[in-house]
Design a protein around this ligand. Structure first.
Ligand code: SF4
Length: 235
């Protein structure tokens, strides 16, 4: 996965720059719908060389930067984390968005405090995918051993939800969105697209999302919708 687009500037609802960095790899790597954890490398120096090119494109024009890495922020090499911080300060970034798996949630407070000391607000996104515990854990293998949405959201600011999967209906997807809006500041709705993972999109669920839910939530100020997983210009 060396030909990915790793920088973009997004001028939509929440204007921001975005970098897709590469880390040592998702420490979970068991979600049945995911193959982007393959964007990994055990060579920290090679990762840093790649990440330096992406971070070098950041201009700070929106004062907001999203830095994701097909895993969790803490799976980035130390040089990349140092450079990310340097870029945030040099480019006067006010808000930094990162992603984190549930299993690393204990590392978030230190990250927030570290950046807060430099005047940078950190927003952390969790891939929840669904609030239906049995679906999420037994079908998606997400690795969030908690049923209560309020407890899941504690310590996080934003979440991903994944739609268009076998077993999902317009009603179940709508329930997930409303639960997400109740407990998180911001939602990212991802419509499943075909990939090399075991779980693949379901045509009826995708159609239900496009026809019934997309028109309802398209203009919601706290929701971003990705009908293709490259809609943000990275990946
Ligand atoms: S969805 Fe996220 S947590 Fe799950 S395997 Fe992929 S990168 Fe890892």
């Amino acid at each position: 996965m060396h030909d990915l687009q790793r920088y973009s500037a997004i001028s939509g609802k929440m204007p921001r720059e975005m970098v897709l960095l590469r880390g040592y790899g998702c420490g979970w790597a068991r979600c049945t719908f995911c193959d982007y954890h393959l964007d990994r490398c055990a060579d920290g120096a090679a990762n840093f060389a790649l990440n330096r090119r992406a971070l070098g494109q950041v201009t700070g024009e929106f004062r907001r930067l999203e830095a994701i890495n097909s895993g969790s922020f803490c799976e980035l090499d130390a040089d990349t984390l140092t450079l990310l911080e340097k870029i945030c300060l040099e480019k006067q970034i006010e808000t930094l968005h990162v992603e984190c798996h549930w299993m690393h949630r204990g590392k978030i407070p230190a990250l927030r405090e570290h950046y807060a000391a430099h005047g940078v607000r950190v927003r952390v996104r969790l891939g929840v995918e669904s609030f239906d515990y049995d679906f999420r854990e037994n079908v998606l293998h997400k690795g969030i051993a908690e049923r209560d949405p309020a407890k899941i959201a504690a310590g996080f600011d934003e979440c991903n939800l994944l739609f268009g999967l076998p077993g999902q209906t317009a009603e179940s997807m709508r329930r997930d969105i409303e639960t997400g809006l109740t407990h998180f500041d911001r939602l990212y709705l991802n419509l499943m697209t075909a990939n090399s993972a075991p779980l693949q999109p379901d045509a009826a669920a995708c159609a239900a999302f496009r026809e019934e839910l997309f028109p309802l939530y398209r203009d919601h100020p706290r929701i971003d919708i990705l009908l293709e997983n490259t809609d943000f210009g990275v990946g």
